[in-house]
Write a protein that binds this ligand. Structure first.
Ligand code: ATP
Length: 511
C-alpha cells in the first residue's frame, strides 16, 4: 500500500464518488470533522459492525450486548473522571494561528526517530544479505542506538510531564526538540493548555431548571452503570463481558484526518469483568483475540502492530493499541485496556450503590476488574477503504481502479448485468435478482458496454458480476466474473447463490 498523501487523497475522493462518505451538510460547506455515510458506506459500516458483533457476542457464550442511551446522568462523568481529566494538551502556533495537540506533535517527532532507525536497519539488511543479524545490529550500531534512545527519552519525558500536569515542561520539550508547525515551519508557539473534550448540552425547557448534560465521549460508561442489571437479569458469572456499539462525541482539538478523527463517531466496545488478580491473563487473551479478528480479514499481517503504552490513563494498569498502517502511517485503530476496578468503584462511591459480584467458588464478594477492547468503527472503515483501494496495471498496459474490500464486508455482493438491453435478457437478469435479494444485497446495471460496467463494479467494490447473455436463454448458465482476479467462469444460474454464500461465510472468514 502506498504510504503517502496521494493515496489518502484518492481514498477521500473515491469514497465520495462511489457513495461511501460525504461531508456532513455539504451544501452549507460542511461541518468540520463530521461526516455522513452514503448508500454504500452505510452497508460497509453495517457489515463491519456485524462482523465485530458476531465474533464478540455470538461466538462467546459469556458475552452479551446492550444498547445504552447517549445521554446519561451527569454524575456518570464526574465518577468516570471525564469532567476533571478528559483533557488534551493543546498548543497554538502564533504565526499560522493553527492549533495542535502538543502530545501528538511530540509523538510524531518520536515516530520520525523510529523511522530513521528502521531505515538504518533496512540499509544494513541489504548490505549484509543472508548473514545479517538484526538483533546484533540493533544492539551495537551507534546510530540506531542513538535514535532509539532519543525516541525513548522523549516519550518518557512527555509521559512524566503530562502525568504531573507540568505543561510548561511539555512546551519546553517542544522547543528543545525544535518542533515546528508541520504546515508552515514556524516555531513561534503559545503555552500549552488543557482542553476538555466533552460536548455539553441541556436537558429541560426553562433556562433555570435545565440540567447540564454531556454527550457521551465513550460508550463504556453505559456498560459500567448497567453492570448489575445485566449480571442479575442474565445470571452472568465472572468472567463475563458486555458489548455495545454506538455513537460517541468528542470535541477534538485537531480534526484534519478525514474519518480518522471525528467529532461524532461510533465505537464498538466490550468490557470484560474478571476476578481481581486475573486481569493480566485476560488482557493478554484479548490482545491476541482482537489481533486475530483483524488478521482474519486478510488485509496484510505487515499492516498491524501492537503499541504498548508508556503513559497510562488514570484508570489503567496496562494498555496497548493495535495500530494499522494507514496511508499517513501506523496509527491507533483499537485499544485494549486493563481498567482495574476503577470504574465500578467510582460509580459505587458516587451512587452509593454496591456494584459487586458474589463469587460462589471463592465464597466472597468483590468488585470485578475490567479488561476493555475498544475500536472505532469509522477508523476500521478507513482501514478497510484505504487498504482496499488499488490502482492496477493490467497485462495490456491499461489500468483499473479496484476496491478490494473483503467480500464479507462488501456493500453490494453481486451485480447482475444483462449483456444487452433487449432480447429478453433484462427480464432474466431481473428473475436472478428476485431470487438473490432474499439473501444478499445485489444490484442491477444495464447501462454502457459490459466492460465498462465491470470496471464500475470493480471501483465500487462489488466482488461478483453475473452476466446474462444469449446463451443463458438456451442453457440457463451465466458468466460469473471475480473482482479480484478478473477471471470469468460459466456456471448454472442455480449455482450462483451458493458461490456467493461460500465467499461470505462468517465461519470461513473468522476461522
Ligand atoms: P486517540 O489517541 O487517537 O485520540 P484515544 O486513545 O483517545 O484515541 P480511546 O479513547 O481509546 O481513543 O477510544 C477507543 C477507540 O475509539 C480508538 O481506538 C479509536 O478507534 C476510536 N476513536 C477515538 N476517538 C476517535 C475520534 N475522534 N474519531 C474516530 N474514532 C475515534
Amino acid at each position: 500500500m502506498a504510504n503517502n498523501e496521494d493515496q489518502f487523497k484518492k481514498v477521500i475522493s473515491h469514497a465520495k464518488e462511489y457513495g461511501y462518505i460525504f461531508a456532513s451538510s455539504e451544501i452549507y460547506d460542511g461541518l468540520s470533522a463530521v461526516y455522513d455515510y452514503g448508500q454504500n458506506g452505510v452497508e460497509l459500516k453495517k457489515n463491519i459492525r456485524e462482523y465485530w458483533w458476531k465474533s464478540m457476542v455470538n461466538m462467546h457464550q459469556n458475552i452479551v450486548g446492550i444498547d445504552a442511551a447517549i445521554l446519561m446522568h451527569p454524575t456518570t462523568w464526574k465518577a468516570s473522571g471525564h469532567v476533571d481529566a478528559f483533557n488534551d494538551p493543546l498548543i497554538d502556533n502564533k504565526d499560522s494561528k493553527k492549533r495542535y495537540r502538543a502530545d501528538v506533535l511530540i509523538e510524531d517527532y518520536a515516530e520520525k526517530l523510529h523511522q530513521k532507525a528502521e531505515k538504518e536497519i533496512e540499509k544494513a539488511r541489504k548490505r549484509f544479505g543472508d548473514s545479517f543479524d538484526e538483533a546484533q545490529f540493533v544492539a551495537t550500531n551507534e546510530r540506531v542506538i542513538r535514535y532509539k534512545t532519543e525516541q525513548r527519552e522523549v516519550l518518557e519525558r512527555m509521559a512524566r510531564s503530562l502525568e504531573t500536569e507540568n505543561l510548561a515542561d511539555v512546551k519546553a520539550l517542544i522547543e528543545e526538540l525544535g518542533i515546528a508547525d508541520p504546515d508552515t515551519g514556524s516555531k513561534n508557539w503559545t503555552d500549552v493548555r488543557q482542553f476538555n473534550l466533552m460536548f455539553g448540552t441541556k436537558l429541560g425547557a426553562s433556562a433555570d431548571s435545565a440540567m447540564d448534560l454531556y454527550l457521551r465521549p465513550e460508550t463504556a460508561q453505559g456498560i459500567f452503570v448497567n453492570f448489575l442489571n445485566v449480571q442479575k437479569s442474565g445470571r452472568m458469572k465472572i468472567p463475563f463481558g458486555i458489548a455495545q456499539t454506538g455513537k460517541a462525541f468528542r470535541n477534538e482539538i485537531v480534526a484534519r484526518q478525514f474519518i480518522f478523527r471525528m467529532r461524532e463517531f461510533e465505537q464498538m466496545e466490550m468490557q470484560f469483568f474478571v476476578r481481581p488478580g486475573e486481569e493480566m491473563k485476560w488482557y493478554n487473551y484479548w490482545k491476541e483475540t482482537r489481533l486475530h479478528w483483524h488478521l482474519s480479514l486478510g488485509m496484510g499481517e505487515e499492516n498491524y502492530r501492537f503499541h504498548d503504552h508508556e503513559k497510562l490513563a488514570h484508570y489503567a494498569n496496562a494498555a496497548a493499541d493495535i495500530e494499522f498502517n494507514f496511508p499517513f502511517g501506523f496509527k491507533e485503530l483499537e485499544g485494549i485496556h486493563s481498567r482495574t476496578d476503577f470504574d465500578l468503584k467510582a460509580h459505587e462511591e458516587f451512587s452509593g450503590k454496591k456494584l459487586q459480584f458474589f463469587d460462589h467458588e471463592l465464597n466472597k464478594n468483590y468488585t470485578p476488574y475490567v479488561v476493555e477492547t475498544s475500536i472505532g468503527l469509522d477508523r476500521m472503515f478507513l482501514a478497510v477503504m484505504s487498504n482496499a483501494l488499488q490502482e492496477e496495471t493490467l497485462e495490456d498496459g491499461s489500468s483499473r481502479t479496484v476496491l478490494k474490500i473483503p467480500s464479507i464486508l462488501a456493500p453490494v455482493k453481486a451485480a447482475v448485468l444483462p449483456l444487452v438491453k433487449k432480447d429478453g435478457l433484462p427480464e432474466i437478469a431481473q428473475t436472478i435478482i428476485d431470487d438473490l435479494q432474499w439473501d444478499y444485497n445485489v444490484s442491477y446495471d444495464e447501462k454502457d458496454a459490459v466492460g465498462r460496467r465491470y470496471r464500475r463494479q470493480d471501483a465500487a467494490g462489488t466482488p461478483f458480476c453475473i452476466t446474462v447473455d444469449h446463451q443463458t436463454k438456451e442453457d440457463n448458465t451465466v458468466t460469473i466474473r471475480y473482482r479480484d482476479t478478473m477471471e470469468q467462469e460459466r456456471i448454472g444460474i442455480s449455482e450462483v447463490s451458493e458461490k456467493i454464500k461460500e465467499s461470505i461465510s462468517f465461519k470461513i472468514w473468522l476461522k
